[in-house]
Design a binder for this molecule. Structure first.
Ligand SMILES: [Zn+2]
Length: 214
């Protein structure tokens, strides 16, 4: 089954969300160390990163202290049949943009929105000019009983976070910063984005991928 990786790589220079600290990858042991004394028999590193960096998932606890943390969300909601909408001309995604797809959205537990914004990764304006979802668009997604929405931009909205509040307030998981979405084309696919079991926290980095149906 063909798999398409939808994740940005994590590197020392992966751009964090503005205001968050940088990613740091520290080599603890390396087989490249050639001095006799220092030579190690294995490679081992430590990574430090803010949770809402690169391709990641938001748990309801991200905006609601009394809702599920990332280790509490149902894993079954993190992988399943998905429907992709291409909205490359929409800086503001409103209910009217999703309404023509309503039946297809309601027929899949996962909704992936491709705006093409992922091609702006590392460009100026990536974090400041990205598309957003309105509260009404988020409510349509909730009404369609979607369990997870994935987008190719760094946040589904900006403060005061109308879309985050509607989605996470109804336990709809949010995956942000997907990439490579054009490679899915018009194929039927399942979407997977499995979080780490970070106890009591608001989200997790994920390896997100599409599995094209046979
Ligand atoms: Zn996030």
């Amino acid at each position: 089954m063909p798999l398409i990786d939808l994740s940005h790589p994590l590197t020392d220079d992966t751009p964090p969300f503005p205001g968050d600290p940088a990613v740091a990858i520290k080599i603890l042991q390396s087989t490249d160390q050639t001095g006799r004394e220092e030579r190690q028999s294995l490679n081992c590193a430590q990574i430090t990163l803010p949770i809402h960096c690169a391709t990641h998932i938001d748990a309801p606890f991200h905006f609601y202290a009394d809702r599920a943390t990332i280790d509490q969300i149902p894993l079954a909601d993190c992988a399943g049949p998905a429907y992709k909408i291409d909205l490359c001309e929409c800086p503001v995604i409103d209910e009217i943009d999703l309404a023509p797809h309503r039946d297809a959205i309601a027929g899949h537990p996962h909704l992936i929105i491709n705006t093409g914004w992922y091609e702006q990764w590392r460009q100026p304006g990536f974090f400041s000019e990205h598309p957003v979802l309105t509260a009404a668009a988020a409510q349509l997604i909730v009404d369609c009983k979607v369990r997870l929405i994935g987008v190719d931009f760094p946040s589904v909205d900006r403060p005061p976070h109308p879309a985050h509040l509607v989605l996470l307030g109804h336990d709809v998981l949010i995956v942000e910063n997907l990439t490579n979405l054009a490679e899915i084309g018009d194929n039927a696919f399942t979407f997977s984005a499995i979080p780490l079991a970070i106890a009591g926290r608001d989200g997790s980095p994920v390896r997100a991928f599409a599995t094209i149906a046979e």
